[in-house]
Design a protein around this ligand. Sequence first.
Ligand code: PLP
Length: 433
Amino acid sequence: MATRTPTLRTTKSARLYDRASAILPGGVDSPVRAFRAVGGAPLFMRRARGSRIEDADGNRYIDCVMSWGPLIHGHAPRGLVKALAAATREGTSFGASIELEVKLGERVRRLMPAVERVRFVNSGTEATMSAARVARAFTRRDRIVKFEGCYHGHADGFLVQAGSGALTLGVPTSPGVPDALAALTLVARYNDLESVDRLFAGHTGEIAAVIVEPAAGNMGVVLPEPGFLQGLRDLCTKHGALLVFDEVMTGFRVGPGGVQGAVHVTPDLTCLGKIIGGGLPCAAYGGRRDVMEMVAPAGPVYQAGTLSGNPLAMTAGLWSLEHLTARLYRDLARLTQQLVEGLAGAAREAGVALQVNAMGSMVTPFFTDRPVRDYESATSADTARYGAFFREMLKRGVYLPPSQFEAWFLSAAHTPRDIRAIAAATFDAMRAM
Ligand SMILES: *Cc1c(COP(=O)(O)O)cnc(C)c1O
């Protein structure tokens, strides 16, 4: 019996993409949005509510992207919309201090006690870039260690990945990053403490900081193995380097206290973003008081921002953090478990090799039969298969990240019914691929 092949009408998106391509490089403002990693033309979105998103042609999808992480409460929660409308009437930006910055700062510190002092900025990129500057000033050292496959925004020094597993001096991932700058970035292997130990041994007294996604989300979800984060803590302490947790994605996502709260490892500095802005441009870096006192005007390290701490971002951030309840995390954990089982079950039935990694409400199904624990195993995934899967899921009303190497995000607005629909679509999609 022939099953109906779902089709998707996307003529308005296609027309918008044509126009966009004549004004925006590649037709987008951020590269993954262009769907290059999955094939096909990108969708233009026009509205979203709860767990649903609607494109320019009026097609509706269950959203598993959720703006790449900020929307833990779902799209446009009523209370947040109301709070933002009220804040807007009082003025959108003053370029001066406001009470909301103090309130949000105090709340962040309550949730993450390691953040003794905090500075608000506008994007995760700004947060990590500034944290690196402060770490260098504090230690009077220049080198930074990062991990292969981890993403810390697009500042020059972080656009470095390493040559095929070789732990060498950094080479730029992007033209325009000077070799001299990239050379200051050393690259280690995720979940491999020995690779970090070797870098410290080869660069005695030169390493300012080790920066890590304490649970990685930007090569797809990759969990820290037991002892990895504590091992980094010990190595940094031993060698006088600062440990920087980039919790832009994981902060308030895997639990109210981030990964650091879950595994009880205390970093010197923490970078936050995404959920802290509740869907508005807001991020932060913070940590040890003595380190953060380096930041101007308390100290000599310059860092500033015209719109930093503006009333709208602070309002959205505060609303978002104030509504993080124990119940929300319990519900999300249950939904995530249901999704993991649904994906794995569908793959088993369809006879597809799939590794599903998850932490908090972040999930990545990798099209590979190898356990995924670092960049090398992540990239063993079959990206062409993911692309085919992505396109089939779209036709079935599920909007996934347009790349194999991204996390899917659930929110408080997703329901068990949504998850059952995703699992059913997964089974059909895998059979149709
Ligand atoms: C998203 C992300 C960033 C960059 O944040 P932007 O706001 O996109 O600049 C940095 N680090 C991690 C871990 C991220 O997930």
